[in-house]
Write a new protein. Structure first.
Length: 757
């Protein structure tokens, strides 16, 4: 992996300004100037996230404003869109001038900064370059490779969370008609724990609250989320909550920008007067992995409170709608405070203070993201959060409930529309009935399973629908080696990235339309739909001329691949592509909650997929909400070892790097860094910016090292450290995935840090 420097000296100056505000305005202006998008940029911004004829931001999955806000955007959303709209182009000429070996020396920023891919390309091993290929030839090449497989399970179909619902449905249909459930997705690395925990506790894999609930709640608990960078419009909800007197408790080893104060750019009066609003009333910094113990402590404090105020627990709700309450109470009472303090890294006094906020609030929402899910015990922690919510009946009523934050704009939609390597029988039955295929019943491979199977030579054809698989996955060199063992790798992308250079024996790059671009088909200008973190499904329609006349839409590419891989298929692939309403009509018959899809998705703001748990209907074995009783895990690192969490900077989106800066953490011109506690640095004789070697030790005892990184003293609990993905994915062993969620454990890597020689 390249150690990129921007040539300028690294700087570290703790950030004390409000989140968003003038800092965001200046950053956006600099970005638009740098990308030379001073005309189309603002035009697109004015159409982003608008319900009638606008396009959905290709960034995160935060829901759209419900009150018709005109500028319903954020700094990072503008970067994502501007990055896609760049005028720079990468075509045959570029690839004729650069070998893959040469490009492999370039940094990830430099690769993506080359611009939009303009035509389909085939890898030519003879000259180690990509050369143009026509679409029919590309599809035929794919068809031949698929025909050569001994089993459908020798192919695997990866989805990154940007794929729209209609393309998602066609993609899973192709894989299943071909005969496999090998449907890994980026959710395998990020949100699996949330889905499995909510399914076990409430009988649904999703949150039950929507944005209106956020506007009504009395208390917000935000766990393991860096909202100001990864769901920036949450700042608006936090500021409004604070102004109406709600309590806001941030629980995170790092006090991130959203846990301080903000100026919302579309609040012109406050912008003009530099008037910031707080976005937190209490910040709690547990050790990495200490959230479960912290939540257990809050529940214990609620039970102690109930000894003198019975209303602290909603006994009626518990009796009517839950099961397992007594066992959970017994477990909480039996969990000693000293153990809770040790495992959480937080004092009883602070935990009790957080519990008091919870008890004093009539309605509470708990919201979380990767800081909770990317751990061995991610499922248990989410279930512990639900336990706490159940204690006070914070479910099935306005202003209350679980609200997981999803990363990518349509990652939830992907799962809803069939991207699931463990599909349920009912879905497969309906798919078989409606689409006239015999879908495979055996569970398929997820992301880790796919990489392991590539290594064993059992997966020979890999298709990446968007994203940057090679970098997003853990154990980078191991993942690279796996991809290089494939007979064929196919990447459907908008921009050049590392996954194009880490390819199989044969390789195809298939350039697709971006979210901002018009998608003309025989049936006219097409719209696609997405589902946000709060189960709202709405349309997105491009407004710009495509970057090249040779681009195809994602549905059209999938239809081309399917027709080639499935000769004799009776699925109307071409008819689907001519008019996406036809895809939606089929989805309405197959998918729960999508009835009358075409009419409802055209309603203002679209429609919300029904959440039975919101109506206190629980599709659990008991038919009730189920308390869990998991033992607290031991998350305290051994002496000399630190627990490292990988994270994103403010100037990146997943594996896309916009610059070496991380404004909210006070960093300029540096990504090869590790944030450490100042005392932990002193113990190791390490000063600010000193070069260090970071070595991780995996469960199987194998070690992985990053050399000559630079140490930054940061407000993080002792025994903890943090650094950036994808660079630090090198330290995450492929085999170190959660036994509960199968998610790679990227937020809790055991490392040692020593001064570099
Ligand atoms: S909050 Fe998320 S979806 Fe909204 S504009 Fe920002 S990045 Fe895009």
């Amino acid at each position: 992996m390249d150690e990129r420097t921007s040539g300028e000296q690294p700087e570290f100056r703790p950030y004390h300004h409000p989140a968003a505000g003038w800092g965001a305005a200046r950053s956006v202006t600099e970005f638009l100037v740098r990308e030379r998008e001073l005309v189309d940029g603002p035009r697109a911004i004015m159409r982003m996230n608008h319900e009638n004829g606008g396009f959905d931001c290709p960034g995160c999955a935060w829901p759209d404003d419900t009150k018709g806000l005109h500028l319903d955007i954020c700094e990072n959303g503008i970067k994502h869109v501007t990055w896609e709209m760049t005028r720079k182009r990468v075509g045959a000429e570029f690839f004729a001038a650069h070998t893959v070996a040469e490009l492999s020396e370039w940094s990830d920023f430099e690769l993506e900064d080359q611009g939009r891919l303009t035509e389909p390309l085939r890898y030519d091993p003879g000259i180690d370059r990509y050369v143009p290929i026509s679409w029919p030839e590309a599809f035929a090449l794919f068809g031949r490779a698929m025909a050569e497989l001994d089993s459908p399970d020798q192919a695997s179909f990866y989805t990154s969370g940007r794929l729209g619902n209609e393309a998602t449905f066609l993609y899973q249909l192709m894989a299943r008609e071909f005969g496999t459930n090998n449907l890994p997705d980026c959710s395998n690395m990020c949100h699996e724990a949330s889905g499995r925990a909510l399914q076990a506790s409430l009988g649904t894999g999703k949150g039950t609250v929507d944005l209106k609930d956020w506007e009504m709640t009395d208390a917000l608990f935000i766990l393991g989320v860096n909202a100001a960078s990864n769901a920036p419009r949450m700042l608006t909800s936090l500021a409004e909550a604070y102004r109406r007197g709600a309590q806001i408790v941030h629980i995170n080893p790092l006090v991130e920008a959203a846990a301080t104060r903000t100026i919302i750019p579309h609040d012109f009066a406050r912008m003009a007067t530099f008037k910031a609003t707080r976005t937190s009333t209490l910040n709690v910094q547990p050790r990495i992995g200490g959230d479960m113990a912290l939540v257990r402590g809050m529940a214990k404090a609620v039970f102690e409170e109930a000894e003198h105020d019975p209303k602290a627990v909603d006994a009626e709700f518990v009796d009517r709608h839950t099961t397992g309450f007594d066992d959970y109470r017994a477990l909480c009472e039996a969990t000693p405070w000293p153990e809770i303090e040790r495992q959480s890294g937080v004092s009883r006094a602070v935990i009790t203070a957080a519990a008091r906020v919870y008890c004093e609030a009539d309605r509470s929402i708990f919201s979380w993201c990767l800081g909770i899910t990317q751990h061995e015990h991610g499922v248990d922690t989410v279930r512990e959060i639900v336990n706490l919510l159940l204690l006070r009946g914070n479910l099935g009523r306005e202003g209350a409930g679980p609200s997981p934050v999803r990363g990518h704009s349509n990652v939830q939609g992907n799962r809803t529309c069939g991207i699931d390597h463990r599909p349920d029988e009912a879905f497969l039955d309906r798919l078989a009935e409606v689409c006239g295929i015999e879908p495979p019943r055996a569970h398929g491979l997820d992301t880790i399973g796919t990489i392991e199977a590539m290594h064993r030579g059992e997966v020979k054809v890999f298709v990446g629908m968007g994203g940057n698989f090679a970098l997003a996955a853990p154990d980078t060199p191991h993942t690279f080696a796996a991809l290089r063992k494939c007979a064929l790798t196919v990447q459907v992308s908008t921009k050049l990235n590392r996954s194009h250079l880490v390819h199989g024996e044969q390789a195809l790059i298939l350039p697709c339309l971006g979210r901002t671009e018009k998608d003309h088909q025989r049936g006219g200008l097409q719209s696609t739909s997405v589902e946000d973190s709060m189960s709202m499904v709405h349309l997105s329609r491009g407004m710009k001329r495509p970057a090249s006349p040779h681009l195809l839409s994602e549905p059209a590419i999938i239809a081309g691949l399917a027709a080639a891989a499935l000769p004799g298929s009776r699925t109307p692939w071409q008819r689907y592509v001519e008019d996406y309403d036809r895809i939606r009509d089929t989805m309405a018959q197959v998918l729960d909650g999508f009835e009358d899809f075409n009419r409802r998705v055209r309603l203002p703001l679209g429609f919300r997929i029904r959440q039975p748990a919101r109506e206190l209907i629980f599709h659990t074995p008991s038919g009730r909400a189920e308390f869990s009783t998991a033992e607290l895990p031991d998350v305290v690192p051994a002496d000399g070892v630190l627990a490292l969490g990988t994270m994103r900077s403010h100037d990146q989106w997943n594996t896309t790097i916009y610059s070496d800066d991380d404004r909210y953490r006070g960093i300029k011109n540096l990504r090869t860094l590790i944030f450490m506690n100042a005392e932990d640095m002193r113990d190791r004789g390490i000063g600010e910016f000193d070069r260090v070697d970071i070595t991780s030790t995996a469960r199987d005892g194998s070690t992985r090292t990053l050399n000559r990184y630079q140490a930054i003293p940061y407000d993080i609990p002792r025994g903890c450290a943090a650094g950036y993905m994808p660079e630090m994915n090198v330290l995450c062993a492929l085999g170190d995935y959660s036994t509960q969620s199968d998610q790679p454990i990227m937020k809790h890597v055991a490392v040692t840090v020593e001064p570099s020689a």
